[in-house]
Design a protein around this ligand. Structure first.
Ligand code: C2E
Ligand code: CA
Ligand code: CA
Length: 692
């Protein structure tokens, strides 16, 4: 019941409380009135009838003493005029009825009035005994000269009183009812003053929580506690609204961060993939094609390294801006990270359109940039793949475009390439090789072959070049042209290159202990490896560790490797040179280095690139180049080596130009150490024979 009350609406609670309170108050007041009325009535009637009893007692005392019942009856009858008396008796002191008066209509049997009920034992001379209405009586002792001779007992007529009381009750009930009704209507009104604003508040709260509309407010109708409750609620909403707004802005920001590239403002990989998958879905239904294009800047790292990251960043921004002006609004340009951009060309009618876009992009990117007052040139390579021809999923297409881009890079850069299945096979092989390469060092799978260089004058060995080989346990012999570029890309060239230097030194040491004549051994050092900070230290350490004289170690660096960041290259070359290490420039003639630049390098030899040698006897241009290189080397006081000499004709041409040192299949292929040791023996024999 109590819990039920707790759970009823505020409206019902308020009404119940008001009605209960007013009901209780009204009932109590009515009861007080009635009690007061009854008390007053009793008091007046007691006083009146006691004095009447006194008179009767006085007037009938002689009659009692003389036992004159007639006179006593007359005295008693004299009260018949008094409507307040219902019955009266005089009883003797022994309690016997002496005379009696009954008002007309009084029922004697119901009048319990007589000696037996007389309050003889009651103390005092007079008294009123109030019981229930019918049993009410008033008595008075008749005393003469101090002697109790009898008692007058009067029973008052309560009829009028009861009627009056009933009327009173009726009126009280009516008043109660009226008051109750008034209280009801007033409470209705009163509760609405409290509950209506609270209900409105609750409604607003509900709406706010359902619709998440924090701009809603509750109207304030009063300045009381409810008013301040509404104020508080509205203030709270304002605060929530403000926080909501801040949160929204924050989320927007996060959204931007999650979907856009910070530097260029272009969509990032995540957003690109999202748009691509949407485009694929639509193209699939409309049976249209979609092109995915990867654009990667060529040699961006060099710009970053030489001009700094700031310039690199500004350049990337410029490239991004150019890309956006080339494509249509419906196309998406995104930055995948680093210097890699992707372009999405949806609703493509003809894949050829993609090649037009690619052409335009490469052309546009290769135009000069003005970054912080400097002219910067850069090119890009692009790979294109077509949905659904090449692939159907986002992942496949991205992979294809990457593969195609990689091939474009390998095809000389600043070109674009469409994806083909064969590329994919190549790519898979490449990945496979890359994985194998990681373990090749640990498994000690590499070996060094040695190719001698010959002095044409006496056909004796002057030095040799160490060339790495990878006899793969399953794939067979893998040549360096296949895995060195991979090693350079993955950075594995550093430990591999270190291994090569150490292995070459250990071999020199071995030949030395075997008592063989000693020749310098040239090792090929890749640019990436050479540019590592501690390259000189590593070489020094290996020399010390193996106990090989620096004069027996030659380092071959390609022309293209030394032509970038010339100053720091010269610094390292000087360090190596001062140690006594021989330095030669490999593949010379391919790197377009100028004579004036060449003079600055502390180098010992030039190796003419074998492509020129190969064509020297057939192609006049190549012949001219070979002749020019030889004379230039002579004028610079550099030793000159021709590599890739395969024919006597080539030999003749070269020696006619004054090139004394040669390397090539004509003399010997690169050989494993054991075979080369044999060659060294033969060489010694020949020398001895010659001398004899
Ligand atoms: P490279 O430094 O120009 O080496 C000369 C290449 O020409 C060698 O190929 C050699 O076998 C080959 N060769 C020699 N004589 C002839 C000839 O008469 N005719 C023809 N057609 N070729 C001849 P190889 O050993 O396959 O090496 C290829 C390239 O791999 C090297 O070119 C070099 O750039 C790189 N490489 C080889 N070993 C190493 C190494 O230990 N470290 C690094 N970083 N690169 C290496
Ligand atoms: Ca070489
Ligand atoms: Ca070479």
């Amino acid at each position: 019941m109590i819990t039920a009350f707790y759970n009823t609406s505020l409206k019902k609670k308020l009404m119940t409380i008001i009605l209960l309170t007013s009901g209780v108050v009204l009932c109590l007041t009515s009861a007080a009135f009635i009690i007061n009325e009854m008390a007053t009535f009793r008091r007046t009637i007691s006083e009146e009838l006691l004095s009447l009893a006194d008179i009767i007692g006085n007037n009938s005392s002689a009659a009692i003493m003389f036992n004159d019942k007639k006179a006593a009856q007359e005295t008693l009858n004299s009260i018949s005029a008094n409507p307040r008396v219902l019955a009266a008796r005089i009883v003797t002191k022994d309690g016997e009825l002496f005379v009696e008066y009954l008002a007309p209509g009084a029922d004697r049997s119901r009048l319990k009035i007589g000696a037996e009920e007389a309050p003889a034992e009651a103390a005092g001379d007079a008294g009123a005994l109030w019981g229930l209405s019918k049993e009410v009586r008033i008595w008075k002792r008749i005393v003469v000269d101090g002697t109790h001779i009898g008692t007058v007992v009067i029973q008052p007529n309560m009829q009028g009183h009861i009627k009056k009381l009933n009327l009173f009750f009726a009126i009280a009930a009516l008043v109660l009812l009226a008051a109750f009704l008034i209280a009801y209507f007033m409470s209705m009104k009163l509760q609405s003053l409290i509950s209506v604003p609270i209900m409105r508040l609750a409604e607003t709260m509900k709406k706010v929580s359902e619709e998440k509309d924090y701009s809603l407010r509750t109207e304030k109708t009063s300045k009381d506690e409810i008013g301040s409750l509404i104020d508080g609620f509205n203030e709270m909403l304002t605060e929530v609204e403000e926080r909501d707004e801040a949160l929204r802005q924050h989320q927007d920001h996060l959204q931007r961060l999650a979907h856009f590239d910070d530097l260029t403002g272009l969509p990032n990989r995540a957003l690109y993939c999202d748009r691509l998958s949407q485009a694929l879905f639509q193209a699939d239904r409309a049976t249209q094609k979609v092109a995915v294009m990867f654009v990667d800047l060529d040699c961006f790292k060099d710009i970053n390294d030489t001009s700094g990251h700031r310039v690199g960043d500004l350049l990337l921004k410029d490239v991004a801006a150019r890309l956006q002006t080339i494509v249509r609004v419906s196309d998406t340009v995104a930055r995948m990270g680093g210097d890699e951009f992707t372009i999405l060309l949806p609703n493509l009618e003809d894949p050829e359109k993609a090649s037009l876009v690619a052409q335009k992009i490469l052309q546009n990117i290769s135009e000069v940039y003005q970054v912080e007052g400097n002219d910067i040139y850069i090119t890009a390579s692009a790979g294109i793949t077509i949905f659904p021809d090449d692939g159907k999923t986002v992942d496949d297409l991205l992979k294809n475009a990457d593969t195609a881009m990689y091939h474009a890079k390998n095809n000389g850069r600043n070109v674009f390439q469409f994806f083909s299945r064969e590329m994919n096979v190549k790519m898979m092989n490449r990945l496979d090789l890359q994985n194998n390469l990681r373990h090749a060092l640990e498994r000690n799978e590499f070996v060094l072959y040695y190719q001698p260089r010959i002095n044409i004058a006496d056909r004796c060995i002057t030095s040799m070049e160490a060339l790495i080989r990878w006899p793969h346990p399953e794939k067979g012999m893998i040549m360096p042209d296949r895995f060195i570029p991979l090693a350079e890309e993955t950075g594995l060239i550093v430990p591999i290159g270190e291994w090569v230097i150490r292995a070459a030194c250990l071999q020199i040491r071995k030949w030395q202990t075997q008592g063989n004549p000693l020749f310098p051994v040239a090792v090929n050092v890749s640019a990436y490896q050479f540019r590592r900070k501690n390259f000189t230290e590593t070489v020094t350490e290996i020399l010390e560790e193996t106990g090989v004289s620096p004069a027996l170690l030659e380092i071959e660096l390609t022309e293209s490797a030394i032509m970038k960041d010339v100053d720091s290259v010269i610094k390292v070359l000087k360090e190596l040179n001062s140690l006594g290490i021989i330095i030669s420039i490999d593949d010379f003639g391919t790197g377009y280095s100028s004579l004036s630049q060449l003079k600055r390098f502390p180098i010992d030899s030039l190796k003419i690139d074998r492509s020129f040698i190969a064509n020297a006897t057939t192609n006049a241009d190549d012949r001219a180049i070979v002749i020019a290189i030889i004379s230039m080397a002579h004028s610079l006081g550099l030793n000159i080596i021709a590599e890739g000499v395969e024919t006597e004709m080539q030999l003749a041409l070269l020696s006619a130009q004054g090139c004394q040192e040669m390397q090539g299949y004509l003399f010997s292929k690169p050989l494993p150490p054991d075979l080369l040791t044999q060659l060294l023996h033969d060489d010694r024999e020949r020398k001895i024979q010659k001398n004899n």
